[in-house]
Design a binder for this molecule. Structure first.
Ligand SMILES: [Zn+2]
Length: 356
């Protein structure tokens, strides 16, 4: 495998990166970010582990990146995602790893967000010769299969000239990610497991158009629940791979699969899923908790600094403790440490394709 330049990857380099993951039986963490603190912590963990990485924004994460005070929600979601992508484009190469830029779940209601991002992406491509995002995700799993696939086909046609890829969702990931998703209780259990013939239909419809990946459901759920609530069945993924490969005479594991709801999953099931062609595992809940837990630990250790600028009893000044760089940094370190673990689970450490 020849090396690549560090920084944001797209097009043929993205495909080569996925091939390296599947060929080398490892996967990349796709981490949801909400601001420069989380972006930088993700890059820091990727760099120190020499792991390529996926930086991802949900619609709410993008809005938060732009600022909760921005008046128009859709504009904030578009501009926040543009700002986050530009931040990553500017800095990623200095961390010495390959970075994939992705958006997360967009259902029918959120299509205007993706429309806005494609419009911004077209302008960005014209000016810079590269896409703003490596890939977007459409989650039309609530729609009938043929509607899901024909809308995805239309979007993929617009994105191919920008050297972009598209992630689609088949079946249902339980729970919800940022307002998109399903209550566990309301979900028909069969829908938690993607049907191989649906994946085959997606392959036949989309692969002639361009590159796509599939968030397939094998009992995975967003969020972390008490053990026993979720039954992961990675062998479902193998069924889809085998059906496509036997129908179309492709090689082993022809599909590029995505594991949603990676937080809290059993390590053995993660490993099994990687063997069936999963190259991307989304992680949000566990990294959110790691950030919060570390900030909470800092506050517990320095409680007075969060109430007084000067100690009322002994006049100690607390400026050096309440400086946001101290407690936000604690959060960044907590997030990065949780990612060290994800990188170990997914075996992506030491495998960066970036030449530096
Ligand atoms: Zn998801």
């Amino acid at each position: 495998m020849t090396g690549m330049k560090s920084g944001v990857v797209f097009g043929d380099d993205y495909k080569a990166l996925l091939a390296a993951c599947k060929g080398g039986a490892y996967a990349l963490p796709a981490v949801n970010v909400v601001g420069t603190n989380s972006v930088n912590a993700v890059l820091e963990a990727a760099a120190r582990n020499k792991s390529d990485i996926i930086v991802q924004l949900s619609n709410g994460g993008a809005q938060f990146f732009a600022g909760q005070g921005m008046a128009d929600g859709n504009t904030a979601k578009i501009m926040g995602a543009v700002a986050a992508a530009q931040h990553v484009h500017l800095l990623a190469e200095y961390y010495g790893v390959c970075v994939v830029l992705h958006t997360d779940h967009a259902n029918r209601k959120l299509l205007p967000w993706i429309d806005g991002l494609i419009a911004k992406g077209e302008r960005y491509y014209k000016a810079n010769g590269k896409p703003l995002y490596t890939s977007h995700m459409l989650d039309l799993s609530e729609e009938p299969l043929e509607d899901n696939l024909s809308i995805c086909a239309d979007y993929l046609k617009r994105m191919v000239p920008l050297d972009m890829s598209l992630e689609i969702e088949l079946g249902v990931t339980g729970g919800e990610e940022d307002g998109v998703g399903h209550d566990l209780d309301e979900t028909d259990n069969a829908k938690l497991y993607t049907q191989p013939d649906e994946v085959l239909r997606a392959y036949e419809k989309l692969s002639p158009i361009g590159h796509f990946s599939v968030a397939a459901s094998f009992g995975n759920v967003h969020g972390v629940y008490k053990p026993g609530n979720v039954q992961l069945r990675p062998e479902i993924l193998k069924g889809s791979q085998d059906l496509v490969s036997s129908t179309h005479g492709t090689g082993n594991n022809p599909l590029d699969l995505v594991f949603h709801g990676g937080s809290g999953s059993e390590k053995a099931k993660i490993e099994e899923a990687i063997g069936y062609g999963v190259f991307k595992m989304n992680i949000d809940t566990d990294t959110q908790f790691a950030f919060a837990n570390a900030v909470g630990g800092y506050v517990d250790k320095n409680p007075k600094a969060f109430k007084f600028q000067i100690d009322p009893d002994d006049d100690t000044p607390y400026k050096s403790k309440y400086d946001p760089r101290k407690w936000l940094r604690a959060g960044e370190l907590g997030l990065a440490e949780r990612l060290d673990e994800a990188i170990r689970d997914l075996r992506s450490g030491g495998k960066s394709l970036a030449m530096n």
